[in-house]
Design a protein around this ligand. Sequence first.
Ligand SMILES: Cc1cc2nc3c(=O)[nH]c(=O)nc-3n(C[C@H](O)[C@H](O)[C@H](O)COP(=O)(O)OP(=O)(O)OC[C@H]3O[C@@H](n4cnc5c(N)ncnc54)[C@H](O)[C@@H]3O)c2cc1C
Length: 404
Amino acid sequence: MAGKTIVVLGGGIGGIVLANRLREGLAPAHRIIVVERSDTHAFAASFLWLMVGKRKRSDVTRPVRTLLHEGVELIVGEASEVDPAQRLVRAGSDTIAYDILVLASGAEMKIDIPNAETFFTLDGADRLHSALRDFRGGSVAVVIASTPYKCPGAPAEGAKLIRDFLRDRGVTARVDLYTPEPAPMPVAGPQLGEAVKTMLADRGIGYHPLHVFQSAEAGVLRFDQREPVTADLLVTIPRHLPPSVVRTAGVANEAGWATANPRTLATKDPAIFAIGDCAALPLPGRWKADVPLALPKAGVFAHAQALALARRIAAAINGSANPPEFCGDGFCMLEAGEDLAGFAYGDFFATPSPQIHLRNVGRMWHASKVLFEKWWLAPPGVRKNALGVTMRIGGKAMGVPVEL
Ligand SMILES: Cc1cc2nc3c(=O)[nH]c(=O)nc-3n(C[C@H](O)[C@H](O)[C@H](O)COP(=O)(O)OP(=O)(O)OC[C@H]3O[C@@H](n4cnc5c(N)ncnc54)[C@H](O)[C@@H]3O)c2cc1C
């Protein structure tokens, strides 16, 4: 068979896993090309630790090239356009022809609130660390600017780590979390929401649902139909926007996110697939009859979708039968501060509603998160394989299937 070219648009969590797994599953005659705007990968889950000084920038960043198998081609550049009719991607002076295109371009973030800090970007987390070190006390507001946003557990985790950091510095501070959502992580259901609320309350963090953010000026925060509140330090979960290149591919919904089949990750264009944060994937289950649910944007899903799609694409090219589908399982280690974490695991495709199970907060979950970070940032090779084996054994012992 003539060699195929698979272009992966975005070399983040989903794109890196997909490209590496495809390389393992396809003969060298087939090309795998990753187009990524940045030559440096930053592991976002570690931004929380960067924010509180438990990591340095160099601990959480790696050249993208080092995370990819040798046989994966990398083009560093901004993809400006997909031409689905000609099956081309344009990136700077490069025009790349594809047989299969996978959109893995994540979500863009718009940080447009004056004087707001954030731990949602590498630079932001670094800067926020300085702001927290210099903070003399008062009120800290963590504000979710809008939905959807990636990693639904991160705002609560961030609030807890900020509170611990300031307490350990001996600074008197009140931390509050404001969100437009009715409860924490609403897609995971009321039991998980209550557990997160309890975690926050136990640490003295105020939780304020149904607060639709409008503006912030001179330390005064305004929410739709709510009394204004004041804050000495504003930390925002920025507005998330679909990457503009997705719209050019002709597979976006009205909001600009890629529309794909939640199980096969196929779009309406037979040559284009979408994984990770850039995709909007509806869930079959609901908690309330009139409130549809979408799969949360999270690295764990981008990773699992990449694994499933790599097998599907390899099976199609190699002519093998029964390729797996993305099954909707996902987990979340929720940092609780003090080297502790909670753990939630379940089936997001379950009906009548997602089935998410919660385990007690413990050191083991925090240690698992650290282990995953080390595995992720290791280049392909012996060390990465050894870390992977350790995680699989640990997962078995804890009754959690680990697929990497
Ligand atoms: C603070 C924080 C903590 C988090 N913690 C967790 C966690 O504990 N667990 C978890 O599951 N998830 C977590 N997440 C979420 C997780 O990081 C994302 O959901 C995940 O990275 C999504 O993967 P992705 O491949 O879809 O997108 P990304 O990893 O964002 O990758 C997209 C890539 O596409 C590139 N790109 C975009 N447009 C273009 C273009 N036009 N041309 C070229 N390149 C382009 C980008 O540069 C980027 O590298 C966290 C996120 C944050 C911010």
